[in-house]
Ligand binder design. Structure first.
Ligand code: NAD
Length: 293
């Protein structure tokens, strides 16, 4: 049993913390929203009045917060007060630069840290099947791996500090672009009088094959479990796709990478969000491409 502090008990953090409790860990948590704290308490998480109180006696601190600024402000607040040897795991999706700063803050205090963003969404968080993409030193990763296991289907050590966040935004840039590509193909097929099923049958076994088509098909019918069959209820909300595409663009600009399709995808998802569709599944972008909303 490990004493774990969990900061940020929202849609993702709450079920993740619940799985740590189920695995027999002693978890104390904090969230700014009282209702999220109460929900965590019902799942066996010890409720605390502040992040500082949550880390009292903790060997591991996990953060699951909205963005880089939240993670850095929490780290600046609690890292100096953490016990020697504490391992910090940040599972939020944040910009690579902030992730590196978070490692630096922990490192300056002689503490272990990894960035470990996830994919798999709320469903994966509840089922304990998230994919963790980790960045950090070997020793920190070795300590983090058994802690992540009850929340994970897969854990990949991607490299040094920030590499987990880099892997996450590169993957999601592929996803955003490929969903638009698949959506465009269905829209063109409709105009050409080709049925959804015929395009699916051909492309899913041809060179157009990809996850956005075969698992997450953006039209109803060919893949009965895809969000298109339930009026694009998420799934993975378009607002979160936009967040990740913007993080990818920020990183591309900082690193001098040329990503014209990533930039275009970010613009299309920004438009989709601007017309009030941010809470729909990201595959609903096909409706924007049709000229409907
Ligand atoms: P959420 O908004 O539901 O949860 C974030 C929580 O952090 C909120 O409860 C908020 O009150 C709390 N918080 C903010 N500042 C705080 C502070 N200073 N101290 C304590 N608590 C604080 O968001 P979420 O959906 O749980 O996502 C969390 C992270 O995981 C984000 O970075 C998101 O991009 C990433 N993510 C989300 C999904 C998803 O499907 N929801 C999938 C993969 C990754």
């Amino acid at each position: 049993m490990t004493k774990i502090a969990f900061i940020g008990l929202g849609n993702m953090g709450n079920p993740m913390a619940a799985n740590l409790v189920k695995a027999g860990h002693d978890v104390h948590g904090f969230d700014l929203l009282p209702e999220n704290l109460s929900r965590a308490e019902q799942n066996g998480v010890g409720k605390t009045a502040s992040a500082e109180a949550a880390i009292q006696g903790a060997e591991v601190v996990i953060t699951m917060l909205p963005a880089g600024k939240h993670v850095l402000s929490v780290y600046e607040d609690i890292v100096p007060k953490a016990a020697a040897g504490t391992l910090f795991i940040d599972s939020s999706t944040i910009d690579v630069e902030s992730a590196r700063k978070a490692h630096m803050i922990a490192g300056e205090h002689g503490l272990f840290s990894i960035d470990a963003p996830v994919s798999g969404g709320v469903v994966g968080a509840e089922a304990g099947t998230l994919t963790f993409m980790a960045g950090g030193k070997d020793e920190a990763f070795a300590r983090a791996e058994p802690i992540l296991k009850p929340m994970a289907g897969r854990i990949v050590h991607c490299g040094r500090g920030g590499a987990g966040q880099a892997a996450k935004i590169c993957n999601n840039m592929i996803l955003g672009i490929s969903m638009i590509a698949v959506g465009e193909a269905f829209v063109l097929a409709e105009k050409l009088g080709l049925s959804h099923q015929a395009l699916f049958d051909v492309a899913s076994t041809s060179s157009g094959q990809c996850w956005s088509l075969t698992t997450y098909c953006p039209v109803p019918g060919p893949v009965p479990t895809s969000p298109a069959n339930r009026d694009y209820q998420p799934g993975f909300a378009a607002s979160l796709m936009l967040k990740d595409l913007r993080l990818a663009q920020e990183a591309a600009q900082a690193a001098g990478a040329v990503t014209p399709l990533g930039a275009e995808a970010a613009q299309l998802y920004a438009l989709f969000n601007a017309i009030g569709q941010g809470m729909k599944d990201f595959s609903g972008i096909i409706n924007l491409l049709r000229g409907a909303d």
